[in-house]
Design a protein. Structure first.
Length: 214
């Protein structure tokens, strides 16, 4: 990714991150085949957050091949459930097969289709949200998420610093201008809105954690 952290810092942190051995093959497949899965340090952050928060229900946007969903499922309390949204049929097929093969079918449900449409209809209580797909739409999703996020719930949003472009106009490439504009608006919104307490963390491609103060 680059532009968020000095590589020696990133390399050092990654050296300390423990491998989730039950998911090594999925991670390696993703890396070899250019499937964008969470960075190791973000994986570690998610695992810590899930174990602190102990969510019964997690909503994820962006399943890809199921890696992050299975990381979270692996540290959720018994009876926990993840609903994860994906629109790409090839990803859906691979995620289904991975989730079944790794024994997470009881915990992880894939909702197939456009996140915008699925979230507009979404009506289930959730304790934690992981936004990792449709980068330009996080702000639009917020309204739907807030209808369903329990008091004291958290929203974790990945890629919020988007290769450094969000913080510096000098790094913005022309075809990403809209995403940059929308992501800045998302970060301003969740930072200013009294209903949230937000922390933006420069690891991976940038992660924002927002706590629902209601
Ligand atoms: C970064 S990948 C997700 C990686 C996954 N969370 C992981 O770390 O293992 C983003 C995924 O979001 C999906 N996606 C992007 N926009 C979407 C949308 N509007 N609705 C549903 N899925 C979307 C893409 O097809 C892609 O598979």
């Amino acid at each position: 990714m680059g532009n968020i952290n000095k590589s020696y810092i990133e390399d050092y942190i990654r050296m300390l991150v423990k491998e989730d051995e039950h998911l090594t093959d999925i991670r390696e497949y993703g890396e070899k085949n250019n499937v964008p899965i969470i960075h190791p340090e973000v994986k570690q952050l998610l695992k810590v957050l899930v174990q602190i928060k102990k969510p019964k229900a997690i909503l994820e946007v962006g399943t890809a091949i199921g890696y992050s969903a299975m990381v979270m499922a692996g540290v959720m309390p018994e009876g926990g459930k993840i609903i994860t949204i994906e629109r790409n049929q090839e990803m859906i097929d691979q995620a289904k097969s991975n989730i079944e093969r790794k024994g997470f079918s009881d915990m992880i449900e894939i909702r197939e289709g456009e996140a915008e449409e699925i979230l507009a209809e979404f009506d289930e209580e959730i304790d934690m949200v992981f936004l990792d797909g449709a980068k330009g739409r996080y702000q639009d999703f917020l309204e739907y998420i807030l209808r369903n996020l329990k008091p004291e719930g958290i929203i974790v949003a990945d890629n919020v610093l988007f290769k450094g472009m969000i913080a510096s106009d000098d790094l913005v490439v022309r075809r990403k201008k809209t995403i940059v504009k929308r992501m800045r608006s998302y970060l301003e919104h969740i930072s200013e809105d009294e209903r949230f307490e937000t922390s933006i963390i420069p690891i991976g491609d940038g992660v924002a954690i927002s706590y629902n103060r209601r």
